[in-house]
Design a protein around this ligand. Structure first.
Ligand code: BGC
Length: 743
C-alpha cells in the first residue's frame, strides 16, 4: 500500500470512528436491539392491543414478543405483572408501554378541551394536562392519546367537544401547552406521559359534521388551517402522533404516504411514533380503499404508520408481506426504531415498573383547586342585562332549576372513561355548601335529564321559582350527546328545556341561564329570553364550585368563545376567518321584512342568509366580564414593515368598571390584497391580562413578515408585500383598526 493510500485510509477511518462516536447513544442502543430482533419480534412491537378482557391471551402475547404496547390496562398490579413478563421473560426484554385516552383528566376531571380553550390561557391547559399525567401515571399509564388538535368549524360534530375550536392559532397555543403539561420537563420522569397529537389530519372537517365521514381538503387549506397545530405540537415536543379515521381527498389517513411520509417525516423531520387510530388500518376495507386486511397492512406500512392499534393487520400479515417483497424490511426497521426511541425516551428500559401507590395521587387538594380555577376560566359570559350577575346582596333566595343543576355525571362531559361521578361537585351542592348561609336555596330540577320530554316537572320548577328572588336555570346537553360518534343535526337545546325557560320567564323573576354543553348550541331565542347567560361547556369535577363563585361574584368571568356560535344550524360552517367574498353582505333584508310580492331584484344581491343574516349569534373571541374594558386607539411603531423588520402594535386597555378582572386582548390581521383570496381576519396573537378596576395597561404585540406569510399555489409559504389592516380588540368582530404596509 502506498503512503498516499495509507493516509486516505487513515482519514476515512477517522471519519467513520468520529461519526460513530457522535451517534446518539440511544440510537446506538436501538441499532443494537434491532440487529438482534427477528422480523416477527419487530412486527410485535408494531402491534398494539387493548388490555380490556384480554388478561390471559395477553401474557402469552407479551412473552412471545407479539405486542409492543397495550391500551386501556389501568390496574397498576396488572401493569407490573405484564411488564415483568416483558422485561424478564420475553427474549429481548423490551418493555411495554401502557396507553390510555386521558383527555381532560384521569380522575380529577378538568373542563372539556373546548372549555379549556375558552380560557384562552395556556397555563390552564398545561396544568390540566399535568394533573392528568400525575394521576394517570400513578397506575402505570405512560402514554395518552391527547391532545386532540383537529380544527373544527362544525358544532354538529360531537368531537368538537374534544377540540380547541375553530382557529389554527388558538389551537396551536392551547395544544402545545397540553403537550408540555403531559410530558413535563423530562419525559422519562415517572410522572410524565407521552402526548399524542391527533388526529392527523382533517378529521374535524368530516362532511356534514357526521363522525368518520369523508373530507375533501385542498392541500393549500391543509397547510393553512389543519397542519399548523400539528407543527406546533412537534415544536412543543409531542412524542407521538395518531392518524385520523377519515379519508382526505379519497385517501384514508392511515394509508396516506403524502401525509405520513412526505409531510410528517420528510418535511417536518418528525422522529416520534405514528400510531393508527383504533382499527383505522382495518377500516380501510369498508372505506373501499383496500380489498382485505393484508392489503390494508401493506398500504399502512408503506404509508409509514408505525403502530397498528387494534387492527390486527400487521400482526397477521406483515411478516408475509415482507417475505414476499411487498413491504421492504427497511420500512419495518424505521417503524421499530421510532417505537424503541419512544420507550427509551420514556425511560422504560431503566424504570419499567410503576410504584403501586393506591389512590394517593387522585383528587389532591391542589388538583381540585386547579380544576376549579380552570373551570372558572372556561366559562364565557354571553349576556348580562341590568348587571343581574353577580347576584347582589339583596338577593335572599335562589331557585336552582334545570336538568344540569345536579347531574354529577353530565358535568364531566365526554371522554373521561376513568372519572368517578360521585366526586363531582354539582352547582346545586356548591351553592348550598358555599352560599347556603347567604341565600335560601330552593331546588327543583324540573326536567330530570336534558332530553326529558315529560313536562310534568316544569310546573314544580316554576312554583319553586315563584318563591325565589332569582332563577338559576342550568340547561344544556347530557355528556353522552357529545364526543365520538355523537354528532347532531339539530344543535338546539334538547327536550323541553326551551318550554321550561319560557315558563320560568313568565314568573317575571330574573333568569340566569347557565349552559353546560359539549358544543356551541343554537340558543338565540333562549338568549333573548334570559337576563344573563353563562356558557360553561362541561366544566368537570369542580364545575359546581366554579359556577357558584362566578354567580355570586367571588370570581369574575374571563372566558372567550374558542368557536363561533351560530344562530341556526344552517349557517354551519360559520367561522370568523372566512375568505372575503366578491359581494360582502350589504343592506341585509331579513325574510320577514320582505314585502309580499316584492320583485326578485328588490333586495339586492349580496352574500347572506335571508333568515339568519350575515352574523353569528356570538362571534369567535366573544365574552363579557362583570367589569368593562375600554380599548384605546391602536398605535404602530411604524406604518411600514420591512421584510426583515419588526413592527410593534400597542393599545391601552382601561378597566372602566368596578371589578379587578382579566381580559383576553386579541390581535387580528387582514391582508387586504393577495395573490390568493385571503381571510377577512386572522388571529395572530392574544394576551390574557389582569387589569385592576380603574387601571390602564398597555398591551403590545410584535409582528414580523413571517406572521403575515401564507401558503401559495406552489406550496411554499411566504409573505407578500402589500397593505394590511390590524385590530387589537376584545373579540373577532369589533375594535378599531389601523393600516400598515409590508415592503
Ligand atoms: C378515537 C381515538 C382514541 C382511540 C383509542 C378512537 O375511537 O378516535 O381518539 O384515542 O379510539 O381509544
Amino acid at each position: 500500500m502506498k503512503i498516499k493510500d495509507i493516509i486516505i485510509l487513515a482519514l476515512l477511518l477517522a471519519v467513520i470512528t468520529g461519526c460513530s462516536e457522535k451517534k446518539d447513544p440511544v440510537e446506538q442502543k436501538i441499532d443494537q436491539l434491532i440487529s438482534q430482533m427477528t422480523l416477527k419480534e419487530k412486527i410485535g412491537q408494531m402491534n398494539q392491543l387493548t388490555g380490556i378482557g384480554m388478561a390471559d391471551d395477553m401474557t402469552n402475547a407479551v412473552r412471545n414478543g407479539d405486542v409492543g404496547s397495550i391500551l386501556n390496562e389501568i390496574d397498576a398490579v396488572t401493569v407490573n405483572k405484564l411488564q415483568k413478563i416483558a422485561v424478564e421473560e420475553s427474549r429481548l426484554k423490551i418493555p411495554l408501554i401502557f396507553a390510555r385516552d386521558v383527555i381532560h383528566g384521569y380522575k380529577t376531571i378538568f373542563p372539556i378541551p373546548l372549555g379549556q380553550a375558552a380560557s384562552w390561557n395556556p397555563a390552564v391547559a398545561e396544568s390540566g394536562a399535568r394533573v392528568a399525567a400525575e394521576e394517570a401515571s400513578s397506575v402505570g399509564i405512560r402514554w395518552t392519546f391527547a391532545p386532540m388538535i383537529d380544527i373544527s368549524r362544525d358544532p354538529r360534530w360531537g368531537r368538537i367537544a374534544e377540540s380547541c375550536g375553530e382557529d389554527p392559532y388558538l389551537t396551536s397555543v392551547i395544544g402545545a401547552a397540553m403537550v408540555k403539561g403531559f410530558q413535563g420537563d423530562t419525559l422519562s420522569a415517572p410522572g410524565s406521559i407521552a402526548a399524542c397529537a391527533k388526529h392527523f389530519v382533517g378529521y374535524g372537517a368530516s362532511e356534514s359534521g357526521k363522525d368518520y365521514n369523508t373530507t375533501w381538503i385542498p392541500e393549500l387549506q391543509l397547510r393553512e388551517v389543519y397542519f399548523p397545530p400539528f407543527q406546533a405540537a412537534i415544536e412543543a415536543g409531542a412524542a407521538t402522533f395518531m392518524c385520523s379515521f377519515n379519508d382526505i381527498n379519497g385517501v384514508p389517513a392511515s394509508g396516506s404516504t403524502f401525509l405520513n411520509r412526505q409531510v410528517l417525516r420528510k418535511e417536518w423531520k418528525y422522529d416520534g411514533v405514528l400510531v393508527s387510530d383504533w382499527g383505522s388500518i382495518e377500516q380501510m376495507i369498508p372505506h373501499g380503499f383496500c380489498a382485505d386486511l393484508k392489503e390494508a397492512g401493506e398500504k399502512a406500512a408503506i404509508a409509514g404508520v408505525d403502530i397498528d392499534m387494534m387492527g390486527y393487520a400487521y400482526i397477521n400479515h406483515l411478516e408475509e408481506l415482507v417475505k414476499s417483497g411487498a413491504v421492504n424490511e427497511k420500512l419495518i426497521d424505521e417503524a421499530v426504531r421510532n417505537i424503541l426511541r419512544l420507550k427509551f425516551r420514556l425511560g422504560l428500559f431503566e424504570n419499567p415498573y410503576v410504584k403501586e401507590q393506591g389512590r394517593d395521587a387522585f383528587y389532591t387538594e391542589s388538583s381540585l383547586q386547579k380544576a376549579k380555577d380552570a373551570a372558572i376560566e372556561s366559562v364565557v359570559l354571553l349576556k348580562n342585562d341590568n348587571d343581574v350577575l353577580p347576584l347582589s346582596n339583596n338577593i335572599k333566595s335562589v331557585a336552582v332549576v334545570g336538568p344540569l343543576s345536579d347531574s354529577q355525571a353530565d358535568q364531566l362531559g365526554t371522554w373521561c372513561f376513568d372519572a368517578e361521578p360521585e366526586h363531582s361537585v354539582t352547582p346545586l351542592t356548591a351553592i348550598r355548601n358555599d352560599y347556603g348561609t347567604q341565600v335560601r336555596v330552593i331546588a327543583e330540577e324540573g326536567l330530570t335529564y336534558s332530553r326529558d320530554k315529560n313536562a310534568n316537572g316544569i310546573s314544580k320548577a316554576v312554583a319553586a321559582a315563584r318563591n325565589a328572588d332569582v332563577i338559576l336555570f342550568f340547561a344544556g346537553e347530557e355528556a353522552v350527546l357529545s364526543g365520538e360518534a355523537r354528532s347532531r343535526a339539530d344543535i338546539s337545546l334538547p327536550g323541553k328545556q326551551m318550554e321550561m325557560l319560557a315558563a320560568l320567564k313568565q314568573t317575571g323573576k330574573p333568569v340566569v341561564m347557565i349552559v353546560m354543553a359539549g358544543r356551541p348550541l343554537t340558543i338565540e331565542k333562549e338568549v333573548e329570553m334570559a337576563d344573563a347567560v353563562l356558557y360553561a361547556f362541561h366544566g368537570g369535577t369542580m364545575a359546581g364550585p366554579a359556577l357558584a363563585d362566578l354567580i355570586f361574584g367571588k370570581a369574575i368571568p374571563s372566558g372567550k368563545l374558542p368557536v363561533t356560535m351560530p344562530r341556526m344550524v344552517g349557517q354551519v360552517p360559520v367561522y370568523y376567518s372566512h375568505k372575503m367574498t366578491g359581494r360582502p353582505a350589504q343592506n341585509i333584508t331579513l325574510i320577514d321584512d320582505i314585502e309580499v310580492g316584492a320583485k326578485q331584484t328588490s333586495i339586492g344581491f349580496t352574500s347572506y342568509h335571508l333568515d339568519a343574516g350575515d352574523s353569528p349569534l356570538f362571534p369567535f373571541g366573544y365574552g363579557l366580564s362583570y367589569t368593562t374594558f375600554k380599548y384605546g386607539d391602536v398605535k404602530l411603531s411604524a406604518t411600514a414593515l420591512g421584510m426583515n423588520d419588526e413592527l410593534t402594535a400597542t393599545c391601552d386597555i382601561t378597566n372602566t368598571g368596578n371589578y379587578t378582572a382579566s381580559e383576553v386582548v386579541q390581535l387580528y390581521i387582514r391582508d387586504k390584497v393577495g395573490s390568493l383570496v385571503r381571510p377577512v381576519k386572522e388571529l395572530k396573537g392574544f394576551d390574557k391580562v389582569q387589569v385592576e378596576a380603574g387601571q390602564t395597561k398597555t398591551i403590545s404585540f410584535t409582528i414580523t413578515a413571517n406572521d403575515l406569510a401564507f401558503w401559495h399555489e406552489d406550496m411554499a409559504k411566504r409573505p407578500e408585500a402589500g397593505d394590511f389592516t390590524l385590530w387589537i380588540a376584545t373579540d373577532s368582530s369589533s375594535g378599531t383598526s389601523v393600516d400598515f404596509t409590508l415592503r
